[in-house]
Write a protein that binds this ligand. Sequence first.
Ligand SMILES: [Zn+2]
Length: 399
Amino acid sequence: MGSKASRAESPASPGAIFALIRGGAATTRREVARATGLAPSTASLRVEELIDAGWVSERTDGSMAGRPARRLAVNRDRGIASSISLGANHMSVDIADATGASIATRSIPYSAVDGPASALDFGCAQLAEIISESGSTAALLGVTLGLPTPIDATTGTATASIQAPGWDRLDILGELRSRVGGYALVENDANLLAVAALDTVPVPNPHLIAVKAGSRIGSGFVSGGVLHRGASGAGGEFSHTPTGAASVIACSCGNSGCLESVASGAAVVARLRALGADVTTVDEIVTLAGHGDAVIIELVRTAGSLVGEVLAQAVNFVNPHAVILGGAMSSIPDFVASVRAVLFQHCLPVVSSVLSIREIEDGSTAEGRGGIRLLLDAILSPDAIDADLTASRTAITHP
Ligand SMILES: [Zn+2]
């Protein structure tokens, strides 16, 4: 760990210079020299090393008056970052360039009950197809897989769960690498939502809680701009908090009365079916709520209030800048309004005065954006860039 850490801490390694360029802190060779304290000739040599390896591009900026400046930026054509996110009924597949800008996205119905191998085959085939259709010839840098269950980030293993049956017995990272190549990551879906929400909070390094309220409920927590996974991957997850209400669906944790089993989309579906309604999916709930169905609106409001009551405990404890709501239930205005009303009722003024509560923008692609951001942060870290350059130098010296 020692030698790796010291290399990353060097403010002037090529990887550290790449971080300055990627973060926008240095956009010319002169700014790189100024920011690092390197002699201009040395700074130029390191920048050229990054350009030769394809990580940085340098283009003449014609928009400036006077002598045109040559601007440094991440080379968007260096490779494709991708994300496959699995929900209960839908899979989303997203690709982006090396700057994180979206190239294409698609959402496809699928069934989790077919098991992991089938989901991986299908998802990777969809990924190959979406890349082919984009016309890009850039190499695939890697993939993030989003799953609706806690993930141990140190081992890349999934927790046993009825939402993601069979994934706990799988070498997920090995399976991903063997299918698509490149770097592989696996992350909880609500954590991906939390990462995607980071840029929407107008505060540097924000504290935020993201809630995915779909057919099930999941949540993720970012503290000071950093995803908080806890000791075994379940950090920030409050969907199994007891509510005192009676469960209407079985919960993966085996307990009764927890939030997910009384206030999730699947719980609302179960309540409606008990009333004799012929509904089976959360998408139907969203459509019927949109038509102003009074019974459904009432059930959705009750679910929102229950979520708000449990969420208020977390919000009072954490004092976040924002609560970001995602998932199909959060597209129903009455659900969001109920969550907001209960939160403001139960939170201390010092907490609610800085709190913003809203639905995530472009919710259908949010997990994909989070997956791509996590992947690029790993592949483009100073350490990873330095290691890549060292490997290329070694390959040149010892062909
Ligand atoms: Zn539970």
